[in-house]
Design a protein around this ligand. Structure first.
Ligand SMILES: Nc1ncnc2c1ncn2[C@@H]1O[C@H](COP(=O)(O)OP(=O)(O)OP(=O)(O)O)[C@@H](O)[C@H]1O
Ligand SMILES: [Mg+2]
Length: 207
């Protein structure tokens, strides 16, 4: 097993699994031992019922609540609540990749790219990266977890105001895919753009 820590992200890789997590998240799970298993089970129960005529959209067990939000072509999004914590979970079924080390869109690359983006944006005011927490990936599926953000999307009016700022962010994050307003929130309290869905074109470990 390869193991490394860089910045605030712990990374583990085996031939069949990739895992990245923050220390905060490890502490949370350490104090809530069942939360991962329970969330995993509830997510899978919701997923397996989605094709039914009246699918279940929300389930609760052992103090964990999982709500289905929506789905893209391959990704499904959930809100997971446990105690005073709320998380966003993006789950992707991996059916198109034979190899684990494909360097495209996936949770593990997303968490490394997000960590790297935070570094690249250092010192630039008016922007921050989503509070990423966990990425887990095996050969069949992946999960990306961030702290739930109750923030506004960027509409065309807001976009006018933020346009020049976004241009500077794009400059800093050269080589990233999809630095577009549909992958950003706006935090009116701090006047910050909040970036998510970050994927560096070619992700190399340890950068
Ligand atoms: N931390 C978060 N808290 C709350 N909502 C979030 C969070 N992160 C993402 N979202 C919401 O979930 C949606 C999907 O997120 P994201 O873009 O990461 O997923 P995706 O599957 O790559 O979607 P797409 O293919 O549309 O880019 C976002 O448009 C946003 O509205
Ligand atoms: Mg997106």
């Amino acid at each position: 097993m390869q193991k490394e820590t860089f910045g605030e992200l712990n990374l583990r890789e085996t031939n069949s699994r990739q895992l990245g997590y923050t220390q905060d998240f490890a502490d949370f799970v350490g104090n809530n031992q069942k939360v991962l298993h329970t969330s995993y089970d509830l997510i899978h129960e919701i997923l397996s019922g989605l094709r039914k005529s009246s699918p279940v959209m929300q389930l609760e067990r052992d103090g964990v609540s999982v709500s289905f939000i929506d789905h893209e072509v391959t990704n499904k999004h959930f809100k997971v609540e446990s105690g005073d914590k709320t998380f966003f979970v993006k789950r992707e079924a991996i059916w198109h990749e034979k190899t684990l080390f494909f360097r495209g869109h996936n949770a593990y690359n997303e968490i490394i790219s997000s960590r790297r983006a935070r570094e690249l944006l250092k010192g630039l005011p008016g922007v921050r990266v989503i509070n990423f927490q966990l990425a887990y990936r095996n050969k069949k599926e992946s999960f990306f977890v961030s702290t739930w953000a109750d923030l506004s999307e960027i509409d065309s009016k807001l976009l006018k105001k933020l346009e020049s700022r976004i241009a500077v962010i794009k400059q800093r994050l050269k080589g990233y895919q999809n630095i577009v307003e549909s992958n950003m929130f706006y935090d009116a309290h701090t006047d910050e753009i909040v970036l998510y869905d970050l994927h560096e074109g070619e992700v190399k470990k340890g950068r």
